[in-house]
Ligand binder design. Structure first.
Ligand code: NPG
Length: 368
């Protein structure tokens, strides 16, 4: 496939409510979309970087810079392009996995649309719908948290994830358990907010029967997570630490995690995400699909990925309305706690042109 060029768009979309995590509060999603243009059609990629380098070292302006100045030119000059060749073609550039993943996603979408094949079929899907969880931000008060959780359970979400940080951990978990009972699938996400010295505090979560605690310690603290996993009963799940299939294999071998969150952007794309899935499956480690407040484009691909057999826990694959009043694609709507896996060619969804224009703040075209 020849790549004629790539259109890069900056997009800004308001969130339905502020989303607070241990690393900050978001009220809108600013993101980067890519449109790979080939003689046989086009494909869409979504870059999951945020406005600032708070979740990871990557961020929108940095991703745009590396895409425009390094990644896209290298791909344009690499001859015929296939999705499988994107990562090897860009391997000489260190890091920038989210930017690389977005470019690979756009090429993969173009390739699959042209071949009339879906992301789900290509990745190895074994289901036509996936069970969905929802991520609940840090709130101002426990009563407010309970109202929000009650709303999500009413909507049918099958698993609740509470964002935690020092000072907002034991009591919110206790309150949710007391109000909604022991049967609710419940997990917590710290986004690196604790240290190993907090092990006694985190052990106080043990009695609440959580599915997992996600990324309690720093991204690079693999041995710390292994030690923590020995000191608490709640299974440790890694997110930020797992940047590749190799990182997953190492973390599993070192006993640093019993469960893995897979976010395609964080590991450099959907093809590496599938390799992370395969490594985990080979070790009997359950995985689930994370979320990065994607538009319908990234959501479509995430739902396809989440339909692989090793994804045995509900993911952060919530309905579009969890974050957006109006999405740029037809919205994903929850049905009895599940989302349908798109079956059409490529992502199976495409941006609605008017809607996309409304949220676009800048556009540029990169060709050789
Ligand atoms: O459902 O898309 C979603 C959001 C799930 O909590 C969620 N994502 O740390 O996992 C996370 C968090 C996140 C969002 C991280 C945006 C980075 C950017």
């Amino acid at each position: 496939m020849k790549l004629s060029g790539v259109e890069l768009r900056r997009v800004r979309m308001p969130l339905v409510a502020p989303f607070r995590t241990s690393f900050g509060t978001q009220t809108e999603r600013e993101l980067l979309l890519l449109r790979a243009v080939t003689p046989s059609g086009e494909g869409w990629g979504e870059c999951v970087t945020m406005a600032g380098p708070l979740y990871s070292s990557e961020y929108n302006d940095g991703a745009e810079h590396v895409l425009v100045n390094h990644l896209i030119p290298a791909l344009l000059h690499s001859g015929d392009v296939t999705a499988n060749k994107v990562a090897p073609s860009l391997a000489k550039f260190k890091g920038h996995r989210m930017a690389k993943g977005a470019l690979e996603m756009a090429v993969l979408d173009a390739e699959l649309r042209a071949a009339d094949r879906s992301f789900a079929a290509e990745l190895g899907s074994t289901r036509d719908s996936v069970p969905c969880g929802v991520s609940v931000g840090i709130m101002d008060s426990i009563p407010q948290l309970l109202d929000v959780v009650a709303g999500y359970l009413d909507e049918g979400y099958l698993r609740i994830k509470l964002k935690i940080e020092p000072g907002w951990d034991i009591e919110p978990v206790r309150a949710v358990r007391e109000r909604f009972g022991d049967d609710v699938l419940l997990q917590v996400d710290a986004n690196t907010a604790y240290t190993l010295g907090d092990a006694p505090l985190l052990a106080r979560l043990d009695p609440f029967g959580l599915l997992l605690i996600e990324q309690p310690l720093e991204e690079e603290d693999v041995l710390g997570h292994a030690e923590l996993a020995r000191r608490i009963r709640t299974p440790v799940c890694l997110d930020e630490t797992i940047v590749s299939a190799r990182a997953a294999a190492d973390a599993i071998k070192l006993g640093a995690c019993q469960i893995v969150n897979i976010k395609p952007g964080r590991v450099g794309g959907y093809l590496e995400a599938r390799r992370v899935h395969d490594v985990c499956a080979a070790h009997g480690v359950p995985v689930w699909c994370g979320g990065m407040i994607e538009t319908g484009l990234g959501r479509a691909a995430n739902v396809a990925l989440a339909s692989l057999p090793g994804f045995t826990l509900p993911g952060d694959t919530s309905g579009s309305d969890r974050f957006y009043r109006t999405d740029i694609t037809e919205p994903f709507v929850l049905d009895a706690g599940h989302l349908p896996v798109p079956a059409g060619p490529g992502l199976g969804v495409a941006p609605i042109p008017d809607r996309l224009e409304e949220v676009t703040t800048a556009k540029r075209w990169i060709a050789s």
